[in-house]
Design a binder for this molecule. Structure first.
Ligand code: CTP
Length: 401
């Protein structure tokens, strides 16, 4: 899930040629799950139509202090609009708009809204070469930065004047990516690499049959999404399952325990936090038929051998990593889980018991107990796997403060 998901974003558009790119900004923000409202200066309407913007944002576009409704003038409440926003992006910000922001020249609805809002403000300047370099504009940019506004850089290239140089508004993709990075930079797992294994493994018997288990992958995927929300760079190694992961997650699909082993070990060294949530098969058929086994063959048994224990070998390699395993137990749960912390050199284990109604494979909920390596036991209530993932990461974060 994107860090922009669920955010209320106000886009302020001022009257520069780069305004023609703002519908793309709206689309990108919406595609990441943000709600977008727009305030534009009257001059901006010469470059992009309110109809385009209202259609894409699904909200009316505001550009004047009042408007006619059923023969009566109504006030476009800039205070309410400013307070609505979690984030205000002014793009493009022309020389005029930058100056008005610095000197509180409240002569349009955009500036009135800017002066009324308390949220984080991002500014994407757009000017021609010499205008951008002019000391007056550079001074305004400096002043906006001094008072805590986030002024983005400008692009370099051909400008509307035909000159070549610095001053273009950043491309919409770059604006969104810089804002996303900035929002992430204050998150607790920013700059950390998190590796998660999830789902079942399928161990082939022949080209059409396998030994598998009922794991849906839901717990591992919920952990990957939560790590992403906390700002981490997430790698998810998933066994066969139908779930989708957010595009920011580096997902690898594998089928067998052997494939999971190699990928996980490849990513282990560079990881900071590793959670093994996969239900890896403990056994695999020793001989895999290269053709479908026919019923006439009257096969009596399938000879099994052990798979490699991914978590055990990660525990042997462990240095800086905070390593968390899962334990699925049906008897002597706590003792068995503590034993696994020791035998696999873990920092913590998440115990889930199949004895708890509503917990375990396939269902959307889980009831877990978090046990750290000092054997401090923290039980949690039955809740959705999304909330369980939050509990697990809050435990991990509290142990890594
Ligand atoms: N695990 C693993 N590779 C395996 C088997 C298990 O990485 N081949 C990991 C699981 O992802 C989980 C932990 O080890 O994090 C414990 O898995 P579990 O099935 O509860 O225990 P096992 O070690 O397989 O032992 P047993 O089945 O005997 O309880």
């Amino acid at each position: 899930m994107s860090v922009l998901s669920g955010k209320k974003i106000l886009l302020g558009i001022s009257g520069g040629i780069a305004a023609y790119k703002t519908p793309i900004i709206v689309r990108l923000l919406k595609s990441q799950g943000a709600e977008v409202k727009i305030v534009m200066t009257p001059a901006a309407k010469d470059f992009v139509t309110p109809l385009t913007l209202s259609t894409l944002s699904n909200h009316p576009v505001y550009s004047t202090f009042t408007e006619q409704l059923h023969d009566n003038p109504v006030w476009n409440d800039h205070v309410k609009l400013g307070k609505w926003a979690d984030l205000f992006l002014i793009a493009p910000a022309t020389s005029n708009t930058l100056s008005a922001m610095v000197h509180s020249k409240c002569n349009n609805l955009l500036i009135a809204t800017y002066l009324s809002c308390n949220c984080t403000v991002y500014v994407a300047p757009a000017m021609d070469l010499d205008m951008y370099e002019h000391p007056a504009n550079q001074q305004n940019i400096k002043e906006l930065k001094r008072i805590g506004k986030k002024v983005l850089s400008v692009g370099e290239g051909f400008l509307a004047s035909g000159l070549f140089g610095k001053g273009r508004m950043l491309e919409p993709e770059e604006i969104i990516s810089q804002i996303t990075e900035d929002l992430k930079s204050v998150l607790p797992l920013y700059g950390k690499k998190v590796l998660i294994t999830a789902g079942p493994t399928f161990e082939p018997i022949d080209p059409v049959r396998f030994i598998g288990n009922y794991s849906s992958g839901k717990m591992g995927f919920a952990l990957a999404e939560e790590a992403c929300q906390l700002g981490a760079n997430v790698t998810l190694i998933s066994g066969p399952c139908v779930l989708e992961a957010s595009p920011e997650i580096n997902r690898y699909n594998i089928s067998t325990a052997e494939e999971m082993y190699h990928l996980a070990l490849d990513h282990f060294t560079e990881s900071d936090i590793v959670i093994a949530a996969a239900a890896v098969a403990d056994f695999k058929p020793l001989y895999v038929g290269d053709q479908k086994i026919k019923k006439e063959s009257e096969i009596q048994s399938i000879q099994l051998g052990k798979t490699r224990d991914v978590l055990y070998d990660m525990g042997k390699l462990k240095q800086k990593q905070f390593l968390v395993g899962f334990a699925l137990e049906t008897e002597n749960e706590t003792d068995n889980a503590i034993q696994k912390i020791k035998s696999k050199n873990l920092d913590a284990i998440v115990l889930n018991s199949l004895n708890d109604h509503g917990a375990g494979f396939s269902v959307d909920s889980n009831k877990v107990t978090y046990i750290d390596k000092n054997e401090i036991i923290t039980p949690f209530e039955l809740k959705s796997k999304i909330l369980v993932a939050k509990d697990i990461f809050s435990q991990i974060l509290s142990e890594n403060e």
